[in-house]
Design a protein around this ligand. Structure first.
Ligand SMILES: Nc1ncnc2c1ncn2[C@@H]1O[C@H](COP(=O)(O)OP(=O)(O)OP(=O)(O)O)[C@@H](O)[C@H]1O
Ligand SMILES: [Mg+2]
Length: 301
């Protein structure tokens, strides 16, 4: 029996990369940051979107307030401008991904990086929204929402690439990020529970494509993360994945090794700000440039 096919809004040139695995701590956010930094260096106009209430991706590029849980005031906010009074937010002056879902409109934030704009998360608002989304009728509306929004002219014209970091749990928001995506990246550790997470994500990829008539969701790849080449068990698992008939050719080489440099460089107060500003001989930088290049080229080929 064939599934019901969904006619989804199409994009002109915009690429949307969703990074997802419902297993926690597999380096989704670290990769979101690295791919954002890599892509702006390649000269593409990037919009970062954070749909994780933990706000870690947002905190990398914006001065988050309230212990990193709230977005800052938007630079265009003018308390004297009556127009802002008419806009429904509370407290006024900031935008977050929760409003993108609730109202269908936000003004992305500029960042310190030219070519990078950002729609941040907001812990409390997104958590509240997620609670409401539990209801089935709301869920269905949410799943198509992000794609519908990103297909409007503003996003199509202002950006080349959207990078969406997702939370470790599956929800209608994650499904929305998969529906909005043109490309999916699945990071996974080479351990049993992460592999199970990877298999679930691969299933989501296939199910998503069965519902789509056109604009299939491309799996850019599976990236082994926090990989320890000294571990025989991990090497064996990597070997098994590479021989898998469906996913084997999706495996990205080189894997992302377990290196302290990644953890240090992805901290909010890292100096230099980016791994790509470290010395050219830094092993993590060399490796990250290689896997980011492969991912970037698969998206823009
Ligand atoms: N290759 C790596 N080597 C060593 N540490 C890493 C590596 N990648 C990420 N880390 C560290 O592992 C932790 C988890 O990484 P990260 O936050 O990117 O994972 P995540 O998948 O986004 O987690 P969550 O599911 O909670 O959102 C962080 O402390 C990060 O600095
Ligand atoms: Mg994360």
């Amino acid at each position: 029996m064939s599934r019901e096919q969904t006619i989804i809004p199409t994009y002109s040139n915009l690429k949307v990369l969703t990074i997802s695995n419902h297993k926690g701590g597999v380096a989704k956010t670290t990769l979101s940051k690295l791919l954002t930094e890599y892509s702006v260096r390649e000269g593409v106009r990037v919009l970062g979107i954070d749909i994780d209430p933990q706000c870690n991706f947002s905190a990398r590029f914006l001065e988050m307030t309230n212990d990193g849980m709230d977005p800052p005031l938007h630079p265009n906010f003018d308390p004297k401008d009556p127009l802002w009074d008419e806009l429904p937010y509370s407290p006024p002056g900031y935008w977050s991904i929760a409003q993108f879902f609730r109202l269908g409109y936000v003004e992305p934030y500029p960042t310190n990086i030219p070519n990078l704009h950002f729609i941040p998360s907001h812990k409390k608002e997104l958590t509240n929204f997620l609670e409401q989304v539990e209801r089935k009728s709301v869920q269905e509306a949410v799943v198509d929402h992000m794609r519908t929004m990103l297909s409007i002219e503003y996003y199509q014209e202002e950006f080349d690439l959207v990078i969406i970091d997702t939370p470790p749990q599956t929800s209608a928001l994650t499904a929305s990020a998969a529906r909005a995506a043109t490309h999916l990246l699945i990071p996974t550790e080479m351990q049993e529970d992460s592999i199970a997470g990877m298999a679930d994500m691969a299933q989501l990829w296939q199910a998503e494509n069965q519902t789509r008539e056109a604009e299939k969701l491309m799996l850019v790849g599976i990236l082994a993360t926090k990989f320890d080449p000294q571990s025989a068990a991990q090497r064996r698992t990597l070997e098994q994945v590479s021989q898998n008939s469906v996913l084997g050719d999706k495996l990205i080489q080189p894997p992302m090794r377990y290196l302290q440099t990644y953890a240090n460089s992805s901290s909010t107060y890292a100096n230099p700000r980016s791994l790509f500003e470290m010395h050219e001989n830094t092993p993590a930088r060399i490796e990250a440039e290689e896997f980011c290049k492969i991912i970037f080229e698969r998206i823009f080929r």
